[in-house]
Write a protein that binds this ligand. Sequence first.
Ligand SMILES: *[C@@H]1O[C@H](CO)[C@@H](O)[C@H](O)[C@H]1NC(C)=O
Ligand SMILES: *[C@@H]1O[C@H](CO)[C@@H](O)[C@H](O)[C@H]1NC(C)=O
Length: 350
Amino acid sequence: MGVSVLCVILMALFEPSMTGSSVRNVEYKLDSWMGSLYPHLKHKKLNEIAIPGTHNSGSYPISIGSRTTGDIIDLSHLSDFEESIPAIVDLLSMVGPRWSKSQELSIFDQLKMGIRYLDLRVYCDEETDEYYLEHSFIGSNLTDELLHIAQFVEEHTKEVVILDMMSVQNCSENKVVSLLERFGKVFGDKLAHLPTATKRKKKERKKNKKSHSLPTYSQLVKKRTTVFVALRKEFISKRFDWLWNSDKFTISPFANTESKEKLRIFIADKMSESRSPKSLFVSQIILTPTTQNVFASLFGSGAKSLQEMAVDLNKDFIDWVEDFSQLNPNIFITDFPDRGLVKKIINMNL
Ligand SMILES: *[C@@H]1O[C@H](CO)[C@@H](O)[C@H](O)[C@H]1NC(C)=O
Ligand SMILES: *[C@@H]1O[C@H](CO)[C@@H](O)[C@H](O)[C@H]1NC(C)=O
């Protein structure tokens, strides 16, 4: 009898190492991973869940010949652009698209692959009177994308989708308001409201500071409010009580480096700092190419393209995940993620 008790204890001791790297055995499909992980996520706030996201999510249609968003000088995502000579600007307009396209998959396919945070850069085009997503060049048709996103959340009621409008370019105030009205119309009562927008007595609010912080996953699913929309502070209008202030709602430190090692240290440092309980935390797994590198790739020196750089970085990122998962992981945005990378981020929740 003593021996069998010992056996049980030994089995218990060795069990974790036997299950090894397969984490906990939770089955999920990428298009519905949040719902499948419900027991793991239900008590967690939105900023306590590891969430895969994309950088410049609407840039996938950009190609040579894409229209620029007016000002080609605004290739400011190149780390040292300001130092480079103006004469190269024309050339950049030719190579630019190769360096502005950050995604291969459409937004709908990104969502199906498990992406739940979209980085949207809005551009108001006066020529066609349309809203586009941009990244120095015109990307996808935003009105179209809203319908695709609405279809996804309609078909996947337990998946939370965060739409973060990082910038709004060339838009008058009226244009912004009618864009927001469109969001309201398309998503309706699926929009997640601000916790402070509900009418609550001030005293009560003071007493219970938690009411200011983000809702938990189960609260969102039960209320069926699974769409978050955030926009920069200067465009916030009181008319839309579901509109989150992006400046407060998302903290998204930018490393601005071409070095993988510097990026890894930067992200780990930023993740370790104390964070606001009200904010999402976005780690940008992004390298910023130098202008020199862009041109080197143009002249066939063997330097990497943006996509090659991203694929290479994403491989390294998979090795960093172990460390990052100890640092309260939240949102990770990448260029050209694949399914393996997305799964690795989702598995941080297990
Ligand atoms: C953008 O998408 C909307 C909705 O699908 C469509 O009505 C409109 O014609 C599109 N615009 C362009 C320029 O393709
Ligand atoms: C948008 O860009 C066009 C063309 O560059 C310009 O004429 C127009 O004034 C801009 N509109 C706003 C609202 O910034």
